[in-house]
Design a protein around this ligand. Structure first.
Ligand SMILES: [Mg+2]
Length: 222
């Protein structure tokens, strides 16, 4: 049996799309009209690209007493995002299901935020809730082995385990040690967390692929 587990952010979809979606939502909440909506969005997105605190920039510009950082953060984390799977991802997931592979997710973050993303992407149609490991509700974060052992306990050590992810700092070290096949989806330049391929071997994926395409199918013998 093959058990294929995915990271979520910057693996199954691009996290920058979540950021854009959240900024659009915030602009919609605050603006009185279309022009103001665009201004607010541009202020947030511009500050982000300049490496500044986007919410501080917005509060400085609008100086609205009713606007607090807590409210902005709450909207950012709890809005229902408009995001979509990476190119080729849906076909890949369908093929895995058709081939009888078992799928899972290991992601770090808040339960509400990550669940909203998973529902928006339609991933709950492919993956049972118990195999969606979100750090907040699970109780530990990567690189804790516990998050990966969930799958080994469930499917038994004789299954073949794969982890497909993007973050060299924390994604691959535990599954490498547990004997999983680790695969990194290469940053196309948009990733929120940059990949560091100069880390010790323990941290690095066994394979790197550009996208959800033929090389990934070959890696899984599909
Ligand atoms: Mg990631």
């Amino acid at each position: 049996m093959r058990v294929v587990v995915f990271d979520l952010d910057d693996t199954l979809y691009k996290e920058i799309d979540y950021l854009r979606s959240a900024y659009r939502y915030i602009a919609g909440q605050l603006a009185g009209d279309e022009v103001e909506r665009e201004e607010i969005y541009s202020t947030l997105y511009g500050a982000y690209w300049e490496g500044c605190d986007a919410f501080a920039a917005l509060m400085e510009r609008y100086n609205d007493k009713a606007m607090t950082k807590a409210t902005l953060l709450h909207w950012y984390r709890t809005h229902k995002p408009q995001i979509s799977l990476c190119n080729g991802c849906r076909e890949f997931l369908s093929r895995l299901v058709a081939e009888g592979c078992r799928l899972g997710i290991i992601t770090d973050g808040r339960t509400v935020t990550q669940t909203n993303k998973i529902v928006a992407l339609g991933l709950d149609r492919y993956i049972p809730d118990e195999d969606i490991i979100i750090s907040e509700r699970f109780g530990s974060e990567k690189p804790s082995p516990a998050n990966y052992l969930h799958f080994m306990d469930k499917y038994g050590a004789e299954a073949r385990f794969y982890y497909i992810a993007d973050n060299t700092a924390k994604d691959f070290i535990a599954p490498n040690r547990l004997g999983w096949t680790t695969v990194c989806l290469k940053d196309n330049g948009q990733n929120v967390h940059k990949q560091d391929l100069s880390l010790p071997d323990d941290f690095l994926p066994k394979y790197t692929v550009e996208e959800f395409g033929d090389s990934l199918f070959e890696l899984l013998n599909l």
